[in-house]
Design a protein. Structure first.
Length: 313
């Protein structure tokens, strides 16, 4: 029966980040007792926890006794991972393994957020059972993190997701929204990748999937293992930039599609499309159309709107 039990407790790591904020909000607004933790940007809203401090992690989990832990914290920028491999491995693998152990200790259901970059992008779409073959160190650390959490706690769900966007605090927070300045400043031409096929996914949708997964799990202990979620609109960065321009009635003729594979930075898979039918069969999922989602995310950063405000206020 559907009884309202606000005693359901969820702990969210990385609650200050783009995805973590959306996950926190989703649980908080749906009758979950929600605690978020962060590190650099934590105070005053969230608990400040260094996930590499195993005592601090142990203490918050034992004090709060969460039913569910959503582990959003990660180093998710592929080029940063390449240049700081040890730090990335500490956060993406060691901290995740420890969190899984502590979750097992209190019987909490852990949702570990992973990535489509565990695949090499040569034979999409990818099912959960397909063999991963990450091309870059970021994908490798996230795959090692998957293995580490499942080894330390078999009651874990791994949720692989692709490139994210949503309500950002700064445009650089997402590889999708960071393009907005290039779109808006149409006085100079901008090269845009038109090689890698992406599936931009709204963090609100991922947050809804996490909550639905957690609530299904409360009723059915067989809910565990690996799952995929993704938006279903296939676009290159060039196509996203054009869609962003279109959403705000801005010109896009200055955007130049580059069809060669990128030569700088970490290797990227050409098309790591995720097959999401496993979650869909469970009746789990939510998808915001890209144009609607991107308008909602980016309108505060519209330069023209700001200009009007300064003129009239």
């Amino acid at each position: 029966e559907d009884v309202d039990i606000p005693s359901r407790r969820v702990l969210i790591t990385g609650a200050t980040g783009l995805l973590g904020r959306a996950v926190f909000k989703e649980f908080n607004e749906n009758n979950w007792n929600t605690v978020g933790c962060g590190y650099r940007r934590a105070q005053p809203r969230f608990e400040q926890i260094n996930l590499l401090d195993s005592i601090a992690v142990h203490d918050i989990i034992h004090d709060f006794q969460p039913h569910v832990i959503v582990h959003c914290a990660a180093e998710r920028r592929p080029d940063v991972v390449e240049s700081h491999p040890d730090a990335a491995s500490q956060l993406n693998v060691a901290a995740s393994a420890n969190l899984a152990k502590e979750a097992a200790g209190v019987g909490a259901f852990l949702i570990y957020i992973s990535t489509d970059y565990v695949f090499d992008g040569t034979s999409p779409p990818y099912k959960e059972t397909d063999v991963p073959n990450p091309l870059n160190l970021y994908g490798k650390t996230k795959l090692e993190g998957e293995k580490a959490v499942l080894e330390n706690n078999e009651e874990t769900a791994v949720l692989r997701i692709p490139v994210l966007y949503g309500e950002v605090e700064r445009l650089e927070e997402s590889a999708v929204t960071v393009m907005f300045d290039k779109v808006q400043f149409s006085n100079k031409s901008a090269n845009m990748d038109h090689w890698q096929q992406r599936f931009p996914t709204n963090v609100k949708d991922v947050a809804a999937v996490c909550r639905q997964l957690a609530e299904k799990r409360m009723l059915d202990p067989s809910i565990k293992g690996t799952f995929h979620w993704s938006g279903n609109e296939q676009m290159t960065k060039y196509e996203m930039a054009c869609a962003i321009a279109d959403a705000f009635n801005l010109p896009s003729s200055h955007l130049r599609p580059i069809t060669d594979s990128p030569v700088v930075g970490a290797l990227r898979p050409k098309n790591a499309q995720l097959d999401c039918s496993k979650l869909e069969m469970l009746g789990i999922g939510q998808r915001t159309p890209f144009r609607a989602g991107i308008r909602e995310s980016l309108w505060p950063f519209l330069v023209d709107k700001r200009w009007r405000q300064t003129v009239f206020h």
